[in-house]
Ligand binder design. Structure first.
Ligand code: PLP
Length: 429
C-alpha cells in the first residue's frame, strides 16, 4: 500500500511512522524509503492477470535497481529486463535465472553482449535486437563463443507520437525514436536473423513508452507484434516462444485513486489480442518498471528554510528543502509532478508553497504544493520509488541520498548516503 496517515496524522509507509524511521535509523535526509512488502504484493497482483497462462514479468531494473527490490521481485517469480552489462550482472547476483532475463538497449557494447551470451548454459532468455545492424554484431560475438544465442526482435511500430499520450522524453514507439527495429525493416531483419546460424529467434517484442494512462496505444502496438508473430508461425520461426508487449504501465502520480488504469488492465488487453490472433501457446512477456515500485517509495526531505518576497506579480513564497533535482530528477527532466506532503500533518490553514531544492539550477523546482502555513520539519515527496535513486547524481557536489528498506513492519536495511568527504577526495584525484 502507498503512504497512509496514522490516527494522529503522521505519515506511514509499510505501517511505519516515517518521521520515526528517519530519526531512529540515523539515515538523515534526503532519504528514499521503500516498502518491500508492498512491492512484492504489486508483483503478485500483476501475476494474477495472466490466470496461469505462460508468462514472464521481466521487471525493468532501471526503474529501481536496489538489490533488495530485485530480490523481493525475484521471490515473486519476476525475471528482469536489463539495459546494461552492469544491470545484467546485478540481476544474476540477485538470483534471477539467466533464462528469465531479457536485455534491451540500442547500443550494447561488445563485452556486454559477450556477458549475455556467456552466462548460464544457453546465455540469457533473449537479447532484444534493436536494429538490423545489431544482428551481425550479435551473430559475430556468439560465433566467437561457439554458442547459439536466443534473441528477440524489438519492433518499433512507428505509432503516431501523439497517440502515445506520454511525455516526449519517455515515448519510444514512434518513427523518430532511436529504439527498436523500424516496422518497415522488420521483414529484412527477420530474413537476416534466419540466415544467422548463431542466433535463434525466440521472441518478438515492443515497448512504446512509459507512463501510459490508457491501454489504447499499448493494445495497438501489441496487435502489430502479435500479427507479425502469427505470420512468422505460419512461415519460418518454429522457435518462436514469446511475445513481449513491454512495460510503460502508468502510475497515479496525482493520487486520483482509480483514475489511472491498473497494470493488470494492460496485461488483460494484451491477452485479448493474443487470443484473437490464436497465439495462446506463446508465452506473454511484459516489462513493467515504474508500476511495480513507484508508489511504494518516498523521498523524505528536511525543510531548510522558507523564503518570502513581494515580487511584481504579488507575494512569492518558497519552501526550500534539502532534496534537489540531483536526488529526484523527474520534475526537472520530464516536468513530472510528485505530490509533496508534510510528515506530520498540521491542522489549520494551508498555503500554496513553491517547493524548491538547493541545487544551483532554476529547474531544481518541485512545483507548487498546498502545504500547512507552518510546514514542519520534514516533507515527503510521494511516488518516488521509480526513476528516483537510479537517476540520482552527485551534481553540485551533493552526496547521493540514503536508502531505507522496510519489510515485515520493521526497518530491514539502511544504505547510508555517500559522504561529502568521499566526493571531495574523488574529485581531488
Ligand atoms: C525497453 C524497456 N522496457 C521496459 C521499460 C519500463 O518502463 P516502465 O518503467 O514505464 O514500466 C522501459 C523504460 O523505459 C524500457 O525502455
Amino acid at each position: 500500500m502507498p503512504t497512509t496517515r496514522s490516527d494522529v496524522g503522521n505519515l506511514l509507509l509499510g505501517g511505519l511512522d516515517l518521521a520515526a524511521v528517519v530519526a531512529e535509523t540515523g539515515a538523515g535526509t534526503p532519504s528514499y524509503v521503500y516498502d518491500l512488502d508492498a512491492i512484492a504484493a504489486e508483483a503478485r497482483a500483476l501475476a494474477l492477470a495472466f490466470e496461469g497462462a505462460p508468462h514472464l514479468v521481466a521487471y525493468a531494473v532501471k526503474a529501481n535497481s536496489a538489490g533488495l527490490v530485485l530480490r523481493a521481485l525475484a521471490g515473486e517469480g519476476c525475471g528482469a529486463d536489463v539495459v546494461s552489462g552492469a544491470e545484467l550482472a546485478l540481476a544474476l547476483a540477485c538470483a534471477i535465472p539467466p533464462d528469465r532475463i531479457v536485455y534491451s538497449g540500442v547500443a550494447k557494447l561488445d563485452p556486454e553482449i559477450d556477458r549475455a551470451i556467456g552466462c548460464g548454459e544457453r546465455g540469457i532468455g533473449a537479447i532484444q535486437l534493436e536494429s538490423v545492424e545489431e544482428i551481425a554484431r550479435v551473430e559475430a560475438r556468439a560465433a566467437a563463443q561457439g554458442r547459439r544465442v536466443r534473441v528477440s526482435a524489438r519492433i518499433n511500430p512507428a505509432a503516431p507520437a501523439s497517440s502515445l499520450e506520454t511525455h516526449a522524453h519517455i515515448a519510444t514507439g514512434h518513427d523518430e525514436a532511436k529504439f527498436g527495429i523500424p516496422i518497415d525493416d522488420v521483414g529484412a531483419a527477420l530474413d537476416r536473423i534466419a540466415k544467422a546460424p548463431h542466433v535463434e529467434l525466440v521472441g518478438l517484442s515492443v515497448h512504446i513508452g512509459s507512463q501510459l494512462t490508457s491501454t489504447g496505444a499499448y493494445a495497438a502496438a501489441a496487435r502489430e507484434v502479435f500479427r507479425i508473430a502469427r505470420h512468422l508461425r505460419g512461415a519460418r520461426a518454429a522457435s518462436l516462444a514469446f511475445v513481449d508487449t513491454g512495460g510503460g504501465f502508468g502510475v497515479d502520480y496525482e493520487g486520483t485513486r482509480g483514475a489511472v488504469v491498473r497494470p493488470a488492465d494492460f496485461v488483460r488487453a494484451a491477452r485479448v489480442i493474443q487470443r484473437e490472433e490464436g497465439l495462446e501457446d506463446l508465452a506473454l512477456y511484459v516489462e513493467p518498471g515504474r508500476s511495480l515500485v513507484a508508489a511504494h517509495g518516498v523521498l523524505v526531505a528536511r525543510v531548510v528554510q522558507e523564503k518570502h518576497a513581494t515580487g511584481r506579480s504579488g507575494e512569492r513564497r518558497w519552501l526550500m528543502i534539502d532534496a534537489g533535482m540531483n536526488d529526484l530528477i523527474r520534475p526537472a527532466l520530464y516536468q513530472a509532478r510528485h505530490r509533496i506532503v508534510p510528515l506530520v500533518a498540521e491542522r489549520g490553514p494551508t498555503l500554496p508553497w513553491r517547493v524548491v531544492g538547493p541545487v544551483c539550477e532554476s529547474s531544481d523546482d518541485f512545483g507548487e504544493h498546498e502545504l500547512p502555513r507552518a510546514p514542519g520539519e520534514h516533507v515527503a515527496i510521494l511516488d518516488a520509488g521509480a526513476y528516483g535513486f537510479t537517476m540520482a547524481s552527485a551534481y553540485n557536489g551533493r552526496a547521493l541520498p540514503a536508502e531505507i528498506f522496510l519489510a515485515g513492519g520493521r526497518v530491514a536495511h539502511v544504505s547510508a548516503r555517500a559522504t561529502e568527504e568521499r566526493w571531495v577526495r574523488e574529485r581531488l584525484m
